[in-house]
Design a protein around this ligand. Structure first.
Ligand SMILES: Cc1cc2nc3c(=O)[nH]c(=O)nc-3n(C[C@H](O)[C@H](O)[C@H](O)COP(=O)(O)OP(=O)(O)OC[C@H]3O[C@@H](n4cnc5c(N)ncnc54)[C@H](O)[C@@H]3O)c2cc1C
Length: 384
């Protein structure tokens, strides 16, 4: 007989752990027996989450650094100081998050943990059946954050946001730890839309991340060569110690992720919480969890109706991805026009799906109209 739980969380990463933590912390799941399954214990700083926010967030105590001034550099080396307040840019270290959340959850008596690989999950009538390599479990509701590349429909776009980041210490340059380069395009664009996130952590420590939006990964050594060139040619740093490295791939797609199958809800990247046009995920995950918990409190089920990344946002994302794929309006020009022509706070509200019509017109006006109109119309026609 499979062991029974009220709730099973498949995947204890950002979405799974945020959900469990917030559900127990708020008392909403105080009567629920929960199992969290992950294939591996979180013991390393495998990622750093950066995001903008205009007020303290749910995990404010974990914010490792916050930047109050953001800069955009065009490929032509123009420096644009962004007008983004009240939004600031924040970063949370993955390991700080895992340690904090797991420490809290390990004290909750009704939470069990299993280190194993989930091999299948099925919603059958009013319950779910979860199988791992070693056992089977039943539950009323399951949350899945295991992500596999989906099978795309014809003409759906699937870009990879791939990046290598290093945190370095140097005595050659003094950084302004209040100022971050949100996008620095002062690098070759030959492999696709390519830029650096440059995030100083202190006067002599900086995190630089070589980032591309393209359909193929590069050979490993190219990431290192480009970082080295950026450090020496742009930041004038040749003498440094590497403290930490990060490599990652985030899907950027207009694929329509399925939120729910019966009593199984997909969350995180697997549930469509990664914004197709930017790859930013952290805040969308938290918004989705707010909706799940609100629904649970009201109805005893996690099912909510309206997505924070709704139809309109998905149309915009599909349009941008098709414009990028066409390569007639290159990514560096497009983002340059966007941040030159629109206040960053409007861009952030737009990307968060919280802009009004006037702000959306402002965003559109700053871009070359024709490629966007053409693709917007094409995509609307496809969906009809
Ligand atoms: C290196 C990196 C940096 C990123 N930086 C940012 C950023 O700065 N800002 C931002 O907004 N987004 C960022 N992202 C994107 C996104 O926020 C993260 O990918 C985030 O972790 C997604 O959360 P998730 O819960 O969907 O997936 P994950 O956090 O990856 O969680 C999924 C979990 O499932 C487990 N798992 C997988 N398969 C199985 C299986 N078969 N059985 C059991 N367990 C399994 C994994 O071990 C993992 O713990 C980054 C992504 C990466 C990879």
């Amino acid at each position: 007989m499979p062991k029974k739980y009220d709730i099973i969380i498949c995947g204890g990463g950002l979405a799974g752990l945020s959900l469990a933590y917030r559900a127990f912390k708020s008392g909403i799941w105080k009567d629920q027996q929960v199992l969290i399954i992950d294939k591996a214990e979180k013991t390393s700083n495998d990622r750093t989450w950066s995001f903008w926010e205009k007020a303290p967030g749910v995990f404010e105590d974990l914010v490792h650094h916050e930047w109050k001034q953001l800069i955009f550099y065009t490929n032509g080396k123009e420096r644009i100081a962004l007008d983004h307040l009240p939004y600031t840019y924040k970063t949370i270290k993955g390991l700080d998050f895992y340690n904090y959340v797991c420490e809290y959850l390990r004290k909750v008596a009704s939470v069990d943990w299993l280190e194993d690989e989930v091999i299948s999950s099925e919603s059958i009538g009013d319950h779910c059946l979860i199988k791992t390599t070693k056992a089977s479990f039943e539950c009323t509701f399951a949350f899945n954050s295991l992500f596999d590349k989906p099978i795309l429909k014809e003409k759906e776009q699937y870009f990879l946001q791939h990046f290598k980041g290093i945190r370095i210490r140097t005595k050659q340059v003094k950084f302004n730890a209040d100022e971050a380069f949100l996008m620095d395009f002062r690098t070759s664009q030959k492999n696709g839309t390519t830029f650096f996130y440059t995030l100083p952590m202190s006067e002599n420590e900086v995190f630089v991340e070589y980032t591309l939006f393209s359909k193929e990964l590069l050979d490993k050594q190219i990431y290192d060569e480009e970082i080295k060139a950026y450090l020496s040619d742009i930041l004038k740093i040749t003498d440094y110690e590497i403290l930490e490295t990060e490599f990652g791939v985030i899907p950027m797609t207009d694929y329509n992720f399925n939120r729910r199958t019966g009593n199984i809800m997909n969350i995180g990247t697997a549930g469509g919480d990664t914004r197709g046009s930017t790859g930013y995920t952290f805040n969308n995950v938290q918004k989705t969890i707010s909706k799940i918990l609100y629904a649970f409190k009201q109805t005893g089920t996690p099912f909510f109706k309206s997505e924070s990344l709704g139809v309109k946002e998905k149309l915009y994302d599909a349009t941008l991805l098709n414009v990028l794929a066409e390569r007639k309006y290159e990514g560096h020009q497009l983002f340059g026009d966007l941040f030159r022509g629109t206040k960053a706070k409007t861009v952030f509200a737009f990307l968060d799906g919280e802009s009004n019509l006037l702000e959306e017109i402002q965003v559109m006006k700053s871009l070359k109209t024709w490629p966007f109109l053409k693709w917007f119309a094409t995509i609307v026609m496809r969906k009809l």
